[in-house]
Design a protein around this ligand. Structure first.
Ligand SMILES: Nc1ncnc2c1ncn2[C@@H]1O[C@H](COP(=O)(O)OP(=O)(O)OP(=O)(O)O)[C@@H](O)[C@H]1O
Length: 238
């Protein structure tokens, strides 16, 4: 069932940040939400996570309407924010245990989920290290593992590779592609970087608050490089 966004609009005063946005993200697929700075990606994420409420439109997460049944909808959603949110003085495991407790998970059940989530991100061996001791890529992996603790079926990531070096960026992008297909997870990955998108990914192109294109990336950009197609659609380099 994945994620379904229908006819979503939002404005900041006179500024129309999102204008009748509709798209689907499917289970088992990596969906890239591609847009230049200012396209409206952060606003969309704020609506998806209920930081803001939309005056118009509908969001369904794994079949649950976010406005009508927010608890059921949010239980199916994991989120990785753009800004790092780990407690650097806690270990990797403690960071996850704290989040588990917020979700009402404790004891042996929580420990099992934490181990499983760390395994999914290849972070089990680092569980006892303080977050401060980790490099940027491993901190991000820890945040992704944490976002998966409650077994959501939809995972949202808002520009998750910001600040990472090229190798860490490539490794995390690769890992999330693999997770989507292995675990039938719906992955929505917001980015302005075309090299994070593969030709068989689903692509949603957002520009000036409007959806400019949706479909399989390779079909959309055709024989042109995705970066050239993106430039032709938005006038933005990526
Ligand atoms: N609080 C606000 N008040 C007025 N306008 C805003 C506000 N926040 C964002 N905007 C405007 O709304 C539009 C969408 O912004 P948004 O931050 O959602 O885009 P974005 O694609 O996430 O960009 P970025 O990658 O730079 O965060 C932009 O034109 C932005 O200037």
């Amino acid at each position: 069932m994945g994620l379904r966004v229908s006819d979503l609009s939002f404005r900041y005063g006179a500024k129309q940040a999102l204008d009748s946005v509709s798209f689907d993200a499917r289970p088992g697929h990596f969906t890239a939400l591609l847009g230049p700075n200012g396209a409206g990606k952060s606003t969309l994420f704020a609506l998806l996570t209920r930081l803001f409420t939309a005056p118009q439109g509908r969001i369904e997460i794994a079949g649950h309407d976010l406005a009508e049944t927010p608890r059921a909808a949010l239980a199916q959603m994991g989120i990785v924010f753009q800004m790092p949110t780990l407690d650097l003085d806690l270990t990797v495991r403690q960071n996850l245990a704290y989040f588990a407790a917020l979700h009402g998970l404790s004891g042996a059940g929580a420990a099992k989920r934490i181990d499983a989530a760390l395994d999914r991100l290849d972070m089990r061996e680092r569980a006892g290290e303080k977050a401060r001791a980790l490099n940027g890529g491993h901190r991000r992996r820890t945040e992704i593992a944490r976002a998966l603790l409650h077994s959501p079926s939809v995972l949202l990531l808002d520009e998750p590779t910001v600040g990472l070096d090229a190798a860490a960026r490539a490794a995390i992008t690769e890992h999330l592609h693999a997770l989507a297909s292995a675990d039938n997870l719906t992955v929505l990955w917001a980015t302005h970087l075309t090299d994070e998108v593969r030709s068989d990914d689903d692509l949603v192109l957002l520009h000036h608050g409007r959806i400019k294109a949706t479909g399989q990336a390779g079909t959309l950009h055709g024989p042109a490089a995705l970066s050239d197609w993106f430039l032709s659609q938005t006038g933005a380099e990526a």
